[in-house]
Ligand binder design. Structure first.
Ligand code: ASN
Ligand code: ZN
Length: 326
C-alpha cells in the first residue's frame, strides 16, 4: 500500500511507505517522492535592509517568472535543499523544514550575499559587474549562505576568532559539497574553488577562495601557528579548516610545505558526513569552539558514523597538516 498524506506543512508528505495491511506497521520506506522543500524568493528592488523582504515573486511550486535572477536563485536554493536532504536527511537549514526565504536585487551594485540572522532570510546583490557578477549565479555561494542559517541553529559558532573561522569554513565546505553533489558526486576542477562562476567576470579561471590552496587568493591563511590572530577576517582564517577538509577528502600534503605529513584521503562523501555531524551534533551550542574542539568533534563524529580507525587517523592527520594538534 502506498500511503501519502499531508505533511506537517499541509502539503504532500515527504515519504511513501509500505504498511502491513493488518497491523498497520511500516514495513518499508520508499525513496522520497515529495519533500517538504519550501522556498520564497522576493524582489527587494534595490532597497536595503529596511525594505526586506520586498515583494514575493516566486513561492514554492510557482511557475518560472520573467526575472531570471529570481528563477536562478529559486533553482539553486532547491539544489541546496536537495543536497542537504539527500546527503544528511536534513529538512532545510534548521532541520525542521523552515522556509528558505531569499531576497534578490538587494542594494545597488552590491557585490555580496548574506544570511540575516535577525530576519532568518538571505539577501543577494546583483554584483558590481567587476569584482562580482550577479551573486545568485553560484551554487556554492547559495549553499554557503544557507549553511550560515544552519550553523546559527546548531553550533551557533561565534562569528569571530577561531569559532568564526570554523563558522565561515562550514559554509565554504558545504558550498563545495553541494557543487560536488550537483556534479553527480564527482569532484572536478571547480569543486574546491569558491564563487568561480561570478568572481571577476573579466578574468577566467580564478576564484574568490581556493580550498585546496587557500593562499592562492593572496590573503587567506593555510596554517595555524603563533602568527594566528583572532582579529583576522573570518573569511581568511577559514582557509585553515577549509584546507583540513580538502586534505581529508582528497588526501596529500600541505600545498606549501608547512607540514611533511601525508594525509590519506577518505573522499568528500565521508568527509562531508563528518563535518556536518560535527557542526550539528558534537559542536551543538558550542559557540566558542576552537580549532582544537573542531578536531576532536570531527574525530568523534567519524567514530560515531562507524568509520574505521584508518579514517579517524585521516581526520587527525588532516588537522595536524594545517597545524592543529600534534
Ligand atoms: N558573503 C558573506 C558571508 O556569507 C557575507 C559576510 O561577509 N558576512 O560570509
Ligand atoms: Zn559566510
Amino acid at each position: 500500500v502506498n500511503v501519502t498524506g499531508p505533511g506537517k506543512d499541509g502539503r504532500a508528505v515527504d515519504e511513501d511507505v509500505v504498511i502491513n495491511a493488518v497491523s498497520g506497521a511500516v514495513v518499508q520506506r520508499l525513496p522520497n517522492i515529495y519533500t517538504l522543500k519550501s522556498r520564497e524568493v522576493y524582489d527587494v528592488n534595490h532597497g536595503g535592509s529596511a525594505n526586506l523582504p520586498g515583494t514575493l515573486v516566486r513561492a514554492e511550486g510557482g511557475a518560472a517568472v520573467a526575472d531570471s535572477t529570481v528563477n536562478t536563485n529559486y533553482d539553486l536554493l532547491g539544489t541546496t535543499y536537495d543536497c542537504y536532504k539527500s546527503l544528511f536527511n536534513r529538512d532545510s537549514y534548521d532541520g525542521a523544514g523552515s522556509k528558505l526565504v531569499s531576497s534578490v536585487h538587494y542594494g545597488s551594485g552590491y557585490a555580496n550575499a548574506a544570511w540575516s540572522g535577525s530576519k532568518k532570510q538571505m539577501l543577494y546583490g546583483d554584483g558590481d559587474g567587476v569584482t562580482f557578477g550577479n551573486m545568485v549565479n553560484a551554487l556554492d555561494v547559495t549553499a554557503h549562505e544557507v549553511t550560515h542559517g544552519l550553523t546559527i541553529s546548531t553550533s551557533n559558532l561565534l562569528y569571530f576568532a577561531e569559532p568564526g573561522a570554523l563558522n565561515e569554513s562550514m559554509s565554504d565546505i558545504m558550498g563545495s559539497v553541494c557543487e560536488w553533489y550537483r556534479n553527480g558526486q564527482v569532484v572536478n576542477a571547480n569543486t574546491w574553488k569558491c564563487a568561480e562562476e561570478i568572481y571577476t567576470p573579466f578574468t577566467s579561471g580564478d576564484a574568490l577562495r581556493y580550498m585546496n590552496d587557500p593562499r592562492l587568493d593572496g590573503q587567506s591563511l593555510d596554517y595555524y601557528d603563533q602568527t594566528f590572530s583572532p582579529f583576522t577576517d573570518v573569511h581568511y582564517s577559514s582557509g585553515i579548516p577549509n584546507l583540513a577538509f580538502y586534505l581529508l577528502s582528497q588526501g596529500g600534503q600541505h600545498p606549501r610545505g608547512r607540514s611533511t605529513l601525508v594525509v590519506r584521503g577518505i573522499g568528500i562523501a565521508k568527509a562531508a558526513q563528518i563535518f556536518h555531524r560535527a557542526n550539528t551534533v558534537l559542536l551543538l551550542g558550542k559557540t566558542m569552539a576552537t580549532f582544537a574542539d573542531a578536531k576532536l568533534a570531527t574525530e568523534q563524529a567519524a567514530a560515531q558514523l562507524g568509520y574505521g580507525p584508518a579514517d579517524i587517523a585521516s581526520v587527525t592527520a588532516a588537522w595536524q597538516a594545517v597545524g592543529v594538534g600534534t
